[in-house]
Write a protein that binds this ligand. Structure first.
Ligand SMILES: Nc1ncnc2c1ncn2[C@@H]1O[C@H](COP(=O)(O)OP(=O)(O)OP(=O)(O)O)[C@@H](O)[C@H]1O
Ligand SMILES: [Mg+2]
Length: 510
């Protein structure tokens, strides 16, 4: 057996306007957890997409188990026992879990020796066995559209295992998970290593690398900077290497100067599709110059509060007032014009039009205004000038500047597009849901500073985040939600993370 199960040698991959991978060599040992670290747009997903046969390298060679291979399709990668869970899942929403898992490799049998049919029962049995073995419980009969992201991810993992993958690539698997789910997934990943699998893990979270990875490759702007032994390297050194400068782990924050109330929510009640009250009689207000954070375990109603305020969900009781105007029954555009910016949780479905260019996405909420459409005709030059200004200001990286199709951009840079557009609306009230999800630590630092700057300009800000660290470091007031109800509202300074955690779990009451 050769020492390395995968070798990528001197790999170069270019896209229009950018060298996404520049002469990269990595060698991965069988049975190790190998992490990939690098800023947004550094080339991590591209490198792994080539190992999975989605792109072919322009230059360089790929060797698997000691033989040189030409991986020209995901099908061939599957034959080489390589599997990948993508940054954005690729499941069929209205198929069941079992159907998704066996899609393309259906176990066929012949009825009476002649008529072919899919032996779904046999598939069910195999799925159950794999679920048990690796601790990945699912109900194979549930439809994908009815299960949460954590379960969808389990399905993606089972899909790989069902195809007998030995080399498992995870592209930012924890970005969409809650802290509890992350712990669970990291245990699963360790279990897979114990089962003899080789794992490649892309993540922006240094603690995760520290917890599970054996070695870590650091990429920066398409180039390989170094390969580190994780045990012997501090997270600070990893961070500095990847960003290319000293990273501040502490956010510097001036004291808040609270002004008049901008947003007032009274007795807000929201029902979900099953008519279950997911938000119950929630009341709070946010002043100009204040960051109000809602802390809570995922699924306790926080996203529904944001959606109700932004107008995406109908309210079944209570009122929402913005600068003393009752907007409870306004449509979305009217709310935007009244002064609401919204960074939603699901950036690909609600935040962006993937097949529009970068500049069009940046102007998406203001193209109808006078400077962009004088006399009703779009002024392209002006839209591009505006786009270039924002690309510079928010450090949005892409291949072809304003002309880049957003679909081709890296995940983290897509997120920066939404943030730039929404902050630039200069609304008196801004909602940020998971604003830094999928961003590298340098970008997180920048976004936190930008949110604080908006606060200091007098904006009222609602922050919804699953990251308690983020809430503790930038918010001024915290409302802790549990089971659709606000358990406790208090100044951030007056609470410890432990107390907030206890309110979040419902074991302590205000
Ligand atoms: N299909 C494509 N067409 C054109 N450019 C692309 C394509 N895929 C990636 N790129 C470009 O290649 C560069 C590297 O992108 P990649 O997705 O590999 O980054 P990443 O390291 O995974 O970043 P992130 O952490 O934000 O996910 C980016 O500048 C991106 O815009
Ligand atoms: Mg990526």
């Amino acid at each position: 057996m050769p020492e390395y199960i995968v070798e990528m040698k001197l790999i170069t991959k270019k896209f229009p306007g950018i060298v996404a991978n520049d002469d990269i060599t990595v060698q991965i040992k069988k049975g190790e957890i190998f992490a990939l670290l690098g800023e947004n747009g550094a080339g991590k997903s591209t490198l792994m997409s080539m190992l999975f046969g989605m792109y072919e390298p322009d230059e360089g060679e790929i060797w698997v188990r000691g033989s040189k291979v030409k991986i020209d399709s995901p099908n061939f990668a599957t034959k080489l026992n390589i599997g990948m869970v993508h940054q954005h899942f690729k499941l069929v929403q209205n198929y069941t879990i079992a159907e998704n898992i066996i899609l393309g490799v259906e176990p066929m049998k012949k009825l009476a020796g002649i008529f072919p049919y899919v032996d779904i029962r046999d598939a069910g049995r195999r799925i159950e066995k794999l679920s048990k073995k690796f601790g990945l419980e699912v109900d194979p009969d549930n439809k994908i559209e009815d299960v949460n992201v954590s379960i969808q991810q389990r399905v993606e993992i089972l899909k790989m295992l069902y195809r007998e993958a030995e080399i498992l690539i995870f592209d930012e698997p924890t970005a969409v998970l809650t802290p509890q789910e992350i712990e669970f997934l990291l245990d699963i990943i360790k279990g897979l290593r114990e089962g003899g699998k080789t794992i490649i893990l892309i993540t922006h979270k240094l603690e995760e690398i520290k917890k599970v990875a054996d070695r870590c490759a650091v990429l920066c702007r398409g180039k390989l900077i170094d390969i580190l032994d994780v045990k012997e390297t501090s997270t600070r050194r990893m961070a500095n290497l990847m960003v290319g400068r000293e990273v501040n782990f502490e956010t510097v924050k001036k004291p808040a100067h609270r002004k008049d109330v901008v947003l007032k929510v009274s007795h807000l009640t929201v029902k979900n599709q099953e008519h279950f009250e997911i938000v119950k009689e929630v009341s709070f207000s946010i002043r100009g110059g204040e960051i109000f954070a809602i802390a809570g375990v995922s699924g306790n109603g926080q996203v529904e509060i944001a959606d109700a305020i932004a107008g995406l969900t109908k309210v079944s009781g209570g009122t929402i007032e913005l600068n003393d105007t009752d907007i409870t029954n306004y449509n979305i555009r009217r709310r935007t014009l009244c002064g609401i910016s919204y960074i939603p949780e699901d950036r690909q479905n609600f935040g962006l039009v993937l097949d529009f260019t970068l500049s069009d996405n940046l102007a998406l909420k203001s193209y109808f205004k006078k400077n962009f459409s004088p006399k009703g005709i779009l002024n392209r030059g002006e839209i591009d000038r505006y786009g270039n200004k924002l690309i510079e200001k928010y450090d949005i990286r892409s291949g072809q500047g304003v002309r880049t199709l957003v679909r081709s951009m890296s995940g983290g840079n897509q997120q920066k597009v939404i943030i730039a557009r929404e902050i630039e609306l200069a609304s008196p009230f801004m909602i940020f849901v998971q604003p830094t999800r999928g961003l590298d630590i340098g970008a997180i630092e920048n976004i936190h500073n930008m949110i604080l700057q908006e606060r200091d300009k007098g904006k009222a800000i609602l922050l919804i985040s699953l990251e308690l660290d983020e809430i503790m470091s930038i918010s001024d007031t915290i409302g802790v939600i549990y089971n659709g109800q606000l358990q406790k509202t208090a100044e951030t300074k007056s609470l410890t993370p432990k107390e907030v955690g206890e309110f979040m779990m419902g074991v302590r009451h205000g």
